[in-house]
Design a protein around this ligand. Sequence first.
Ligand code: NCD
Length: 306
Amino acid sequence: MTWGHPRVPHGQSILSVSQYGRTAVEDLFDVIDRKDWGDCTGKIIANLFYEPSTRTSSSFHAAMLKLGGNVIPINEVTYSSVSKGETLEDTIRTLGCYVDAIVLRHPDDDAALVAHKVSSVPIVNAGCGSGEHPTQALLDLYTIYKENHTIDGLTVTLMGDLRYGRTVHSLVQLLGYFNVKIQFVSPPDLRIPGKYAKMGTIVELNDVLSTTDVLYLTRVQKERHTDHASIFEPLEADYAAAPFSYGITEEHMASAKRGLTLMHPLPRLSEIPKEIDSDPRAAYFRQVRYGLDVRMALLSGILQED
Ligand code: NCD
């Protein structure tokens, strides 16, 4: 392994993109481009998912199998001791006796940090609450780089539920390491939190479509709106009545750049109609595929012996 940048040492948990700097990101992308990951034969990870997942859990699983290792999938915690009332800390301490790393998804923003503090093995944050989703953001940024052959100089428009979307919260920090113009499009109640807002400009989609290089959409994070029913309900009503008012249409695509990269972390709901899937600018399924390579590199990086 060659990509062990001082800010991301081997054996270290991946909790937040703030661990990465531009050099660490560039080193990682170089490893991925060269598919220069090591063998993980004999290594085991646990996929500990307290929330639903299709792509993230199966891509970590597939990545580990392709690296020669094994996976203990705990995708339905209701069948584990969690349903008996076991704390996250005790579950982490227990799994650490069996595995070499734990991939964790959890509804609490600070769960990855809580787990890291008691864990004898690295923790990989696979999306915690509305906080961060660092490996998704790394694969999002890698997609931007592969589709555009650069990151510097691009105009990136992030659109949707920017308030609760954890992928956006991580991606905006990574974009900040590069020379990128960042723009935010969202309903007023779903604006990007203040600490990230200063990194970009709030705009209207129609004003920026013709100059946007990368358009990154997200769904309404309905599960995060439970304490804020008054915020979500009117939006949900809008969403059902006029499903594309929140998303994009074929007419939008007609006014967008010929070289646009249209991205979405998935799952998408009606914010991208399926008619757009055949547009070569629709990159969201290529994004999924890039994610497998990114996770192979990340797992190999934290599991390889020095
Ligand atoms: C995202 C997540 O879980 O935050 N999904 C994913 O990991 N690809 C986005 C979402 O659920 O909307």
